[in-house]
Design a protein around this ligand. Structure first.
Ligand SMILES: Nc1nc2c(ncn2[C@@H]2O[C@H](COP(=O)(O)OP(=O)(O)OP(=O)(O)O)[C@@H](O)[C@H]2O)c(=O)[nH]1
Ligand SMILES: [Mg+2]
Length: 299
């Protein structure tokens, strides 16, 4: 069989997690319109045992936090996760948002990539929002850098060209082991996925100041045949944020809980009783110990 690891890297909000889900054809990673949604390295496993005349193919995709200028210790930790990832993979897939102006952050990321001898593929995302001339200009700009082995335009959101990108990446896989069982799409425990779903709903329901300072811890998880009982704590950084998350008469938290519960029921295939509590942990994003104990530090 041929197999290998592919790091999906890029600036925040360019669509890395959306692309991972599109590649796998199922939702593994949470996504949102807000930057810094992904805080961990997320593994997505693509297995095709029919490939290569039945010899098989396994591509392990590693979705990473967006690389950005950090404003706190959490930011530095998640940058480190992303950088560690691209240093250890067989192929680097750099994703950019084709609708965004090229900036200092892009320049810095390209400088980092120049140091790596690993094959690099560029995917220009959000093609659905671009005109053909705009795309061509961007393609030419990146082509002229001579840094990338291949360049593709894709739309992670509607799936355009995603299969072509998968085919291209598969060409970089080498003879190797099957790292994960055939039916495994991710290696993350279900509790982690559940906490991520709750965080996604928080990001959806909240705006601006609060979202980046929220974290979710699963306190209890009891799976039964028909019902799963889950208790989770939402941590925020300030008392005023707690009030916003709970909302008038608890209305916002109720909405968050309902949206999360429906997704968790789909995931688990049982009914779910979800209890949510909101707690304040002041400035946790600058607390090294908390960041570590909540699993945001790449060890
Ligand atoms: N129009 C359009 N929107 C897209 C596309 N891909 C992603 N998006 C949107 O872009 C936003 C960010 O998507 P994510 O997948 O969360 O981005 P990310 O790069 O993983 O972001 P971080 O985890 O914060 O680094 C979401 O609102 C997506 O729906 C695309 O191809 N077209
Ligand atoms: Mg993401």
């Amino acid at each position: 069989m041929r197999s290998g690891f592919i790091g999906i890297i890029g600036r925040p909000n360019v669509g890395k997690s959306t692309l991972l889900n599109a590649i796998l054809g199922e939702k593994i990673a949470i996504t949102s319109s807000k930057p810094q949604t992904t805080l961990n390295r997320i593994t997505g496993i693509y297995t095709d045992l029919e490939a290569d005349n039945g010899e098989g193919l396994q591509m392990v995709f590693l979705d990473t936090p967006g690389i950005h200028k950090p404003h706190n210790k959490l930011g530095s930790a998640i940058n480190e996760t992303a950088i560690n990832t691209f240093k250890g993979v067989d192929v680097i897939l750099l994703l950019i948002d084709g609708t965004k102006e090229f900036g200092v952050g892009d320049e810095k990321l390209l400088e980092m990539l120049k140091e790596e001898s690993t094959p690099k593929i560029l995917a220009i995302n959000k093609m659905d929002l671009m005109g053909p001339e705009e795309y061509l200009a961007l393609y030419n700009k990146y082509e002229a850098m001579g840094l990338f082995d291949d360049i593709y335009g894709v739309s992670a959101l509607n799936g355009d060209n995603v299969q072509m990108l998968i085919d291209c990446l598969s060409g970089y896989m080498q003879d190797g082991p099957m790292y994960y069982p055939e039916d495994m799409a991710t290696e993350h425990p279900v509790r982690f996925i559940v906490s991520e779903i709750i965080r996604e709903k928080l990001l959806d329901y909240l705006n601006d100041e609060v979202p980046h300072g929220v974290a979710v811890e699963i306190e209890s998880f009891e799976e039964g045949d028909k019902v799963t009982e889950i208790g989770a704590v939402i941590y925020c950084e300030r008392k005023s944020h707690k009030a916003i998350i709970i909302g008038k008469g608890g209305s916002k938290l109720k909405g968050i809980g309902k949206a999360a519960r429906m997704d968790i029921e789909d995931l688990l295939g049982t009914k779910v009783f979800l209890s949510l509590w909101v707690k304040v942990k002041e400035n946790w994003r600058d607390n090294e110990r908390t960041i570590r104990s909540w699993g945001y530090k790449d060890e």
